[in-house]
Design a protein around this ligand. Structure first.
Ligand code: DC
Length: 252
């Protein structure tokens, strides 16, 4: 489908009800990119428009980091960390909106956004045995629910290399820091933008240089620099691409 036709589809829908995709149509969309590019909010909005579920894989690594802190696990004992994370049986309650991540059946959504988890998560996410465990879980979720927008760092490159549509979102580090600072301000937390930019760059560096599942643009991914785009413009663009792919598939 041409961009013009995809655009027309969007224009049509803006005046009518949102048209979700047929539930029987298996579709995996991946969104990868560095911190602060808006992946998570974009993934939720896109999933809602298309009638898909969201898999927030960052939440799984964050939950693992929270377990390390809350159970006072030695940070260099990967085997012990993996054993405890396995025991927690991390999974999502999809009935909640947004979905809730559970560890030992306990909701973790608030805990995993706290500052100490932010600090530790990149280190935990670099542990290869833990990544293998998470990748296996994510693929299993993809098999059980093949109607996903899956969001993270390695979704299009490692977890779902055969995904139907892959996106790679980027944005200037200053803009990413500004967005994070605004988001935190809404939650009543005041952070210095320069300090945030330094932290984001450090996190990108850790995420991009680890041995397993580093942050890379996946092969075949559509790259979108969101620096000068509004949230709605980003979601519109992604939705148009997905609908174009689905339209081409059903037409052929
Ligand atoms: O997207 P986020 O900020 O919630 O991610 C938290 C951390 O987990 C971040 O350091 C990147 C890492 N992560 C990862 O390594 N692989 C993923 N698929 C998702 C997140």
């Amino acid at each position: 489908m041409s961009d013009a036709r995809a655009g027309a589809l969007l224009a049509d829908r803006s005046s009518g009800p949102i048209e979700v995709l047929a539930p029987q149509m298996a579709l995996i969309v991946t969104i990868d990119g560095p911190a602060g590019t808006g992946k998570s909010s974009v993934a939720h909005a896109l999933a809602k428009r298309l009638g898909l579920r969201v898999l927030d894989t960052g939440a799984m690594y964050r939950a693992a980091a929270a377990i390390v802190i809350d159970h006072d696990l030695p940070r260099d004992d990967v085997e012990q960390i993996l054993a405890r994370v396995r025991d927690a049986d991390l999974h999502f309650d999809w009935k909640a909106d947004p979905p809730v991540i559970l560890a030992w059946l306990k909701p973790m959504n608030e805990r995993i956004r706290e500052a100490d988890v932010n600090e530790l998560v990149s280190l935990v996410a670099a542990m290869s045995p833990l990544r293998e465990h998470m990748v296996r879980k994510q693929r299993l979720i993809g098999k059980q629910y093949p109607h996903l927008v899956s969001e993270g760092r390695d979704q299009g490159s490692v977890v779902f290399p055969d995904a139907d549509v892959k996106f790679f979102l980027t944005a200037d580090p200053r803009e990413r820091a500004r967005r994070r600072v605004d988001q935190l301000r809404e939650q009543g937390v005041i952070v210095d933008p320069e300090e945030m930019e330094t932290k984001l760059i450090a996190r990108d560096q850790l995420d991009s240089t680890r041995a397993d599942g580093p942050l890379v643009k996946p092969e075949g991914a559509i790259e979108l620099d969101t620096t000068n785009m509004t949230f709605d413009e980003v979601v519109d663009r992604l939705e148009a691409h997905v609908r174009a792919v689905v339209g081409d598939r059903t037409a052929s």
